[in-house]
Write a protein that binds this ligand. Structure first.
Ligand SMILES: NC(=O)c1ccc[n+]([C@@H]2O[C@H](COP(=O)([O-])OP(=O)(O)OC[C@H]3O[C@@H](n4cnc5c(N)ncnc54)[C@H](O)[C@@H]3O)[C@@H](O)[C@H]2O)c1
Length: 339
């Protein structure tokens, strides 16, 4: 079976996904969509793509495409995803899934009505160190609390990322969502019960956030503390990491290991898989290669991808609740937003 794939957007992440698709047998890179002809031509040349379109609608009306990888600014995720799904075209859409939960709900509904698949690119689920932890995580269970972060130190993006009308949110929507989704995945995708957050812009003049602290209470009793940031003066390690505290032990992501204390003897067993720390590249191509291979497998096997519309929507609900919580002034007993 051969899958014909197209790309919307020709920026940073589109190139990574195009490389991933190019490396897969049975996948043909057939089209690219961008309103900027120069950028589109360069991209098409780099990946041997023949068809170029100024709009997704023009591509969809031409047809002869099975799947699309959506790599545009966040405000275009919902309209492009829904248009493709309604045309029966499979979609892999970048995170954050949408500008807000309302849009994400519309995308999820469109995916349920369509015969086509929807994958929301919460890429850390495809990282080899996250997957190693996922296999072993039961050994520290049940998990009581997690700490995770996604931050840029002395750096932050510019352009549309910092404009609310194009991005929806700032560092929380860009970086915090990775830290949130990674622990939710490791916790076994529990449902959230409530959120408390403090979010603001302190390091840049912008209408989106550059600093966030979020506490999520999950059904089943675990609590997650998530930090997001751009332009931060410090980070606890590389640009992202997580710690999980269970009744039977501790798990760390970046550096990645398990620590299993024996309360009777006081001895601690460390299970270290030997991944280099820090690793050469924080966001390696291999992670995106696995994600693309999984997307294509889901199409061929007619399976619903996970992370799909449901996971993406739930993350957007948590983000919406966090922004709502942060709007309210600090008040005793207040600011906790139920989901
Ligand atoms: N998962 C990850 O690791 C990761 C990393 C970076 C970015 N992202 C996400 O990917 C998306 C894109 O980010 P980026 O860093 O590649 O941004 P970018 O600014 O480098 O690229 C955006 C692209 O969209 C194009 N574009 C704008 N309007 C368009 C339109 N109407 N039709 C078609 N193309 C249009 C731009 O010309 C540009 O080529 C964002 O949602 C971002 O959050 C994810």
């Amino acid at each position: 079976m051969s899958i014909k794939i197209a790309f919307t957007g020709t920026g940073y992440i589109a190139r990574i996904h195009a490389r991933a698709a190019q490396a897969l047998a049975g996948v043909e890179l057939v089209a690219v969509v961008n309103h900027r002809p120069d950028s589109m031509r360069d991209f098409a040349q780099a990946f041997g793509i023949k068809r170029q379109y100024a709009t997704l609608e023009a591509l969809l009306s031409d047809g002869d495409v099975d799947a699309v990888s959506i790599n545009t600014p966040n405000y275009l995720h919902a309209p492009q995803t829904i248009a493709a799904l309604e045309a029966g075209v499979h979609v892999m859409v970048e995170k954050p899934m949408a500008m807000n939960a309302q849009e994400a709900q519309q995308m999820f509904t469109a995916s349920e009505k369509s015969g086509a698949r929807l994958l929301v690119a919460h890429c850390w689920r495809f990282d080899e160190e996250v997957q190693w932890l996922k296999e072993k995580i039961e050994r520290i269970g049940p998990i009581i609390r997690t700490k995770s972060y996604g931050v840029h130190v002395n750096w932050g993006p510019g352009g549309w990322f910092t404009q609310k009308e194009f991005a929806g949110g700032g560092a929380l929507a860009d970086m915090g969502i990775h830290a949130l989704d990674t622990v939710r995945y490791l916790l076994g995708d529990p449902q959230p019960e409530s959120v408390y957050a403090r979010i603001g812009a302190y390091y840049q003049a912008s209408d989106v956030d550059d600093t966030g602290v979020i506490i999520v209470n999950w059904q089943g009793g675990a609590t997650s503390y998530v930090e997001s940031g751009w332009w931060q003066p410090h980070s606890d390690g590389p640009e992202a990491g997580a710690q999980l505290y269970g009744k039977s032990g501790f798990a760390s992501l970046f550096p990645t290991y398990l620590s299993l204390p024996d309360r009777r003897t006081g001895e601690v067993e460390t299970i270290d898989p030997g991944f280099p720390h820090p690793r050469a590249e924080h966001c390696p191509q291999a992670m995106y290669d696995r994600q693309m291979a999984y997307f294509i497998r889901c199409i061929c096997d007619e399976r619903t991808p996970v992370p799909g519309g449901g996971e993406g929507l739930l993350n957007m609900k948590i983000l919406d609740a966090a922004y709502e919580s942060a709007k309210a002034p600090i008040a005793p007993g207040g600011n906790v937003v139920a989901i």
